[in-house]
Design a protein around this ligand. Structure first.
Ligand SMILES: N[C@@H](CCC(=O)N[C@@H](CS)C(=O)NCC(=O)O)C(=O)O
Length: 308
């Protein structure tokens, strides 16, 4: 296996989740720091347009979206603890809900509270990703108390699900617990009332502590240029082939565009369809900086459309 390279920035909560995964498996990895807002000239050639954080690179294979990245890490490292086969579906449904419903409420609270202090270009960029096209600062502020109530109600459910000891779906820590620890880390570190708010959820605080003490951080820096060169000098061995899907006429080799299934300002990811199974879509992409690479995304949460 080529080295695992994480393209990320340290403040990113989705990247923190993957850093916790790598740390809990106790595997070494290379860290490429990318800008917090576009342009991202040393990332986009690799990802065919995907701009979010984090991105995991393994040679000429590029994995986008944390639901997909965690599967890739489990497969590449042969780890059976974080998403064990017998509990994989339950864990990934739970973490999908955290990444969507719970994260979106948390990010609303954090960005609304930071509206006056964060750089305006950062607020503009993130609002385009998370609040759709019709947001206003006053509208967000008026909704804040209700959004905090919703966030608290969801966290209460998680807290109740953690009563006693062990993790959310198993005794040993799983990716579900990493996602819980991560959302707590985000709320605690980025909202000034976060530490006080979290005191209502002692079981979440327990899991946040337990996960963080168990993780190592075995990473070394790598430049973006060096990561592009590694992709250029590598060859993907990702499988090819489009699995027959009911009521779907996608063909291998067709040019497709892939966008998140939400009202966001994300640009499309475009390439030639290389493979499609029940859960993952992979496209062939070529750029002068990286040569031929394969970009992998999850199907759930993304709209795949033919460009032909
Ligand atoms: N569904 C994606 C969401 C990733 C995401 O929204 N990440 C944030 C950072 S925590 C982001 O990309 N922000 C914009 C950026 O970094 O350009 C995943 O699971 O990876």
């Amino acid at each position: 296996m080529s080295e695992l390279i994480l393209h990320h920035y340290w403040q990113s909560p989705f990247a923190h989740k993957i850093r916790l995964v790598l740390g809990l498996i106790d595997i070494s990895w290379r860290s490429v720091e990318i800008p917090r807002i576009p342009p991202k000239p040393l990332l986009i050639p690799l990802t065919a347009g995907y701009r979010r954080t984090p991105v995991l690179q393994c040679g000429a294979d590029v994995f986008c979206d944390t639901q997909n990245i965690v599967r890739a890490i489990a497969d590449l490292t042969d780890d059976h603890q974080l998403i064990p086969a017998s509990k994989r579906a339950k864990i990934l449904m739970f973490t999908d809900w955290i990444d969507g419903t719970v994260f979106n409420l948390a990010v609303r609270v954090i960005l609304t509270s930071a509206m006056e202090t964060a750089p305006p270009e950062f607020i503009q960029d993130r609002a385009g990703l998370y609040f759709g096209s019709n947001w206003t600062p006053d509208g967000l502020k008026a909704q804040l108390p209700g959004v905090i109530l919703q966030l608290g109600a969801h966290l209460k459910l998680i807290d109740q699900g953690l009563a006693g000891s062990g993790g959310f779906v198993s005794r040993a820590p799983s990716y579900a617990d990493i996602s819980i620890a991560n959302i707590a880390w985000f709320i605690r570190g980025r909202w000034e009332n976060g530490p006080n708010f979290l005191k209502q959820f002692p079981n979440i605080e327990r899991v946040e502590r337990e996960i963080h003490v168990q993780t190592s951080e075995r990473c070394e820096d790598l430049t973006g240029d060096a990561a592009l060169a590694i992709a250029h000098d590598s060859l993907s061995s990702a499988p090819e082939g489009v699995q027959r899907q009911a009521e779907c006429s996608m063909q291998q080799g067709m040019r497709v565009s892939i966008t998140p299934q939400a009202d966001t300002s994300d640009p499309p990811i475009i390439g030639q369809l290389r493979s499609l199974d029940d859960i993952r879509v992979s496209i062939d992409h070529n750029a002068p900086e990286v040569g031929d690479v394969v970009v992998h995304l999850p199907i759930a949460g993304y709209q795949i459309q033919s460009c032909e």
